[in-house]
Design a binder for this molecule. Structure first.
Ligand SMILES: [Zn+2]
Ligand SMILES: [Zn+2]
Length: 350
């Protein structure tokens, strides 16, 4: 066992993140040991640290947008070699035998996937610890190859924000020429715009703030629809083949459902809290659908990363040092980041 691995974590739900040390297991036959170079800061990290979902365990070391280099592999590992650029996302294990796992959807593992942080650790008498640290040991099935041609620090957010938005676009078959709306321009929304653009859809950024228009267009939106503009919303009624809804909190759904074409779907990826009541007629008239989507399986995450390599897609990031994490959390909560913070883990290794 490796002891005294430097990390940043929270002692309890009220505490700020502070320096800590953690243990990592000795490498097993199927394990890959990774020296972490970068880790993205996801809104879920903050919710979990604050115990907003009521299931947090402490000390909590968050971080599930992990990039690093392989330092050691177990005897049973042939797909990864020392020095290779790799990533780890939201999961580090699952049962591998249930129907969801067999269908390459480990995120829906019927026996409960082992999340990267805060899950029961199968190897040690502990819970799992995430990426706000210098090293991690992960089963090879949950290690991803990062294309060497993309900017590695800006690739970190692909592991959560990227797959969260790529998966629904693929699952609902977004294709060339489709009219696709992306609601909300944050960590998720800005990735949704980039992916939908790369899939050759006509991309419409749907936002409350007109000041986001220029940025949306720079990221790949062909049009910007201001949701507070009633006339503009009316003009776009019944025109969308697909809508990706990244709003992170409860909100009114009716105005967005009205934008869908007959038989079209709006997929929620942001809000895990109660939504405002919405009118069933909005769905019935036009046989429309509202659905949800959660990250993506490992196979699909690899497909997304390869797609990013091909199309040179990464996240827009602001780099921070580990010690600045509490300030960064404040700014994420104030919606003041373009569009993802990434921690330079060299700052923790000093
Ligand atoms: Zn996340
Ligand atoms: Zn399973």
């Amino acid at each position: 066992m490796k002891e005294n691995v430097k990390a940043y974590g929270a002692k309890d739900s009220k505490a700020e993140l502070e320096p800590m040390t953690i243990k990592r297991r000795d490498i097993q036959k199927d394990d890959v040991e990774i020296d972490i170079t970068y880790c993205g800061v996801c809104h879920s990290d903050i919710h979990t640290v604050h115990n907003d979902w009521g299931n947090s365990v402490y000390p909590m070391i968050p971080g599930h947008e992990i990039i690093g280099r392989v330092v050691l592999v177990g005897d049973g590992v042939s797909d990864f070699t020392e020095g290779q650029l790799v990533g780890v996302g939201c999961m580090v294990d699952s049962c591998q035998t249930c129907s969801a796992c067999k269908d390459d959807m480990e995120q829906f593992c019927e026996n409960g996937a082992t999340m990267t942080y805060g899950s029961k650790d199968k190897h040690m008498d502990d819970h799992t610890h995430g990426g706000y640290t210098t090293s991690i040991v992960v089963d090879k099935e949950f290690v991803l190859r990062i294309p060497e041609n993309i900017d590695e620090k800006a690739a970190a957010p692909l592991l959560c924000a990227g797959i969260t938005t790529y998966s629904p676009l693929k699952n609902w078959n977004v294709k060339k020429g489709d009219n696709v709306g992306v609601i909300g321009l944050g960590g998720l929304g800005h990735m949704g715009v980039k992916f939908a653009n790369a899939m050759e859809a006509h991309v419409v950024m749907i936002t409350t703030s007109p000041d986001k228009a220029d940025d949306a267009e720079r990221l790949g939106a062909h049009e910007v629809l201001i949701s507070k503009d009633k006339e503009a919303m009316k003009k776009h009624q019944g025109s969308f083949d697909f809508i990706l809804n990244t709003i992170p909190v409860g909100h009114k759904m009716d105005p967005y459902i009205a934008l869908l074409k007959r038989d079209a779907t709006m997929v929620l990826v942001g809000s895990v809290e109660p939504l405002d009541p919405f009118n069933g007629a909005g769905l019935i008239m036009g046989r429309k659908r509202v659905a949800g989507s959660l990250i993506g399986g490992i196979k699909e995450t690899q497909e997304m990363l390869d797609f990013c390599g091909e199309h040179n897609i990464v996240s827009d990031v602001e780099m921070i040092d580990m010690m600045d994490i509490n300030k960064a959390y404040e700014r994420v909560m104030d919606n003041d980041v373009k569009y993802r913070f990434v921690i330079d883990m060299a700052s923790l290794k000093k």
